[in-house]
Design a protein around this ligand. Sequence first.
Ligand SMILES: Nc1ncnc2c1ncn2[C@@H]1O[C@H](COP(=O)(O)OP(=O)(O)O)[C@@H](O)[C@H]1O
Ligand SMILES: [Mg+2]
Length: 201
Amino acid sequence: MSTNLSVGDLGAERLQAEDRERLHGFGGALVWFTGLSGAGKSTVANLVDRKLHAKGRHSVLLDGDLVRTGLCADLSFSPSDRAENVRRIGEVGRLFAQTGVLALVAVIAPYNRDRQRARERMRDGRFVEVFVDAPLSVCEERDPKGLYAKARAGEITDFTGVDAPYEAPQQPEVHLDSGGGASPDELADRVVAFLETNGFA
Ligand SMILES: Nc1ncnc2c1ncn2[C@@H]1O[C@H](COP(=O)(O)OP(=O)(O)O)[C@@H](O)[C@H]1O
Ligand SMILES: [Mg+2]
């Protein structure tokens, strides 16, 4: 009889990621859509989610705006709270990925260091960085939530691209030009194609 058994002591008895993944028929991954506000992260990630579902592939979408009303409701937009926001979302995405699910994250994550930390928590190849790349001028023109206007007026502060930095990924797995006329549907197809080519879908 063991009364002090911790999860770590279970050793070989512990269900492995590979065992869980076999149920799905695929390995999981963390697919991180990064880019400025208004670049199209949520739009493209939603389309990828739907396309994967239509293929019978399990996915989950963690959208920054929604996460900040729940899991990360206590966090501000300071650099240290943004780091914690990315860390928490990365950990949740990692748990999903360990079960064989494709975790789609649509979160600005403006700092290279924070995204790199999330990448390092994943096994090789299982962090897919998707740079949703639209120029600031295009994002500001779209301004679907009126946030750029508020940031320019000083009504909100620490806004990425206005008074807080955005560090563009240096070597994203997928680089989407989302300000150059391609439709969100075409861009989503490119992401799905990458996932298929790499055995994730
Ligand atoms: N490839 C695209 N081409 C044109 N407009 C786009 C494209 N992707 C997104 N949009 C539009 O840009 C706006 C912002 O998109 P959204 O997905 O909310 O951005 P984010 O999640 O990055 O803040 C929406 O109005 C959306 O319809
Ligand atoms: Mg969004």
